[in-house]
Write a protein of this length. Structure first.
Length: 214
């Protein structure tokens, strides 16, 4: 994105982070939200964020996603039952998806939002040589939110050497007594990564705001 901080990138006139937070704040079971920002932004967060909701607190993130998630987990109350991790770069998540993930986690499962793979995928080696073609019927794209019983996610992030870009992967490495299920969030729960994604995200936001749309 040319160095732009995606969390504060404006989509349809509002920051991506605001779009990403709304579905969680609309869920009555969400009691606390920790937003990890780069240290400079965390020391002087945007006024709209500090005024948004009493449940929201801002923490300084780290140099990696894992460090930022670890800092946010540490800022949450010890008594929370489940913890959801969500990327601010996914501004199109819906409250329905958030709720379904929470339902699973409250029953003791891990829940990962995602969608089934629709393209044929190739596993490649050096020089982009095709090694094999996995059966896409068994493959899903992993998105966020990723939601787990609090004890499970805290255990996964307890190892200071743990690192990765996917929370479920850390859970799989650290915790053996949990079943993780996928929750179909659809392809619209996209991650804003490239300039084209901004155009797509804004088009989806406009369609949701149109009269008669659910």
């Amino acid at each position: 994105m040319g160095g732009v901080r995606k969390a504060l990138l404006e989509l349809a006139g509002e920051p991506a982070l605001l779009h990403a937070l709304r579905p969680f704040l609309a869920e009555r079971r969400v009691t606390s939200v920790a937003v990890a920002l780069p240290p400079d932004d965390a020391s002087a967060p945007p006024p709209w964020l500090t005024r948004l909701d009493r449940r929201v607190r801002v923490v300084a993130g780290g140099a990696t996603r894992t460090e930022s998630v670890r800092a946010a987990i540490a800022a949450l109350p010890a008594e929370v039952d489940v913890i959801a991790v969500h990327d601010a770069a996914r501004p199109l998540v819906t409250m329905a998806v958030v709720s379904r993930c929470l339902d699973l986690a409250l029953r003791g499962f891990g829940a990962v939002a995602g969608c089934p793979a629709v393209d044929t995928l190739k596993r490649v080696g050096p020089d982009q040589e095709v090694v094999d073609t996995p059966d896409r019927a068994t493959l899903w794209h992993a998105q966020t939110p990723q939601v787990f019983p609090a004890r499970v996610l805290r255990a996964a992030y307890a190892d200071p050497a743990a690192d990765g870009t996917d929370d479920a992967t850390l859970v799989e490495r650290a915790v053996t007594d949990i079943v993780v299920r996928m929750v179909d969030a659809g392809a619209a729960n996209l991650k804003v990564t490239h300039p084209l994604d901004v155009l797509v995200a804004e088009a989806i936001l406009r369609s949701r705001a149109s009269p008669g749309d659910a």
